[in-house]
Ligand binder design. Sequence first.
Ligand SMILES: [Zn+2]
Ligand SMILES: [Zn+2]
Length: 265
Amino acid sequence: MKRQNLHCHTTYDDGADSPEMMIFAAMKAGLSGLGISLHCPLKGEEDWTCASADELRFIDEMHRLRELFAGHLDIWCGLEYDMDAGRRSVPPYDYIIGSCHLLSGIPLDNDPETAAQLIAYHGGETKAAQLYYERLSAMAAMPEISIVGHFDLPTKFDERVGLYNTASPAYREAAFAAMEKLNAAGKIFEINSGAISRGWRTTPYPSEELLRHLSALGGRVCISSDAHAAAHIDCAFDQCEALARACGFRELWHFNGTDFAPVAL
Ligand SMILES: [Zn+2]
Ligand SMILES: [Zn+2]
């Protein structure tokens, strides 16, 4: 199976490397396709999102690179949309990943201290988790979003500093309900190794329990690295594939330029 990665970042947002560096890394890793997914412009969050003024420049650059590398690597221009951006018309991206990085303007995944403040602000980990999954599940009504980004992002720091009780009935109920709603809306869930490359987790998002639930629902998955540096372009893909198989998935959903199609795993 040829691999592809539809989720990574560059110097157009909070990535460390240029699009060319990510493309070279993808070719070296033997990927057949690479989608660079821009962090959607978001007012007040310019330190990690793309400046509005640069968005069209990014799209033009991606189209230039697609032509330049044609025949060597399929290159796509993606968007990592954030739920805080609100509904709006978006420029012509090839596909859209939908993510939720903030609750009440507080980042979920910056560092454990901020994550703990977010929980305190929202009245405890159960309420924070419920709010997060409710917010995420609103993407079910957004047909332009194809992929759910890092589904259980709030758990990013749990291996090191346990913040969420993912075994509690309330947490599981909230996560399962969001997963069921998003799956029923036809969303593809990414198995995302981004927190592995950043040293926070030893396993990808979503958790094995959630992936098993998704598999039982007949859900669809893809594998992505959410790389913020060229060195991480295919981080832990072996592990992600093994986990997908162990959870019962027999195929991954790959982008073909216009749509998603199953590829045997
Ligand atoms: Zn993200
Ligand atoms: Zn990302």
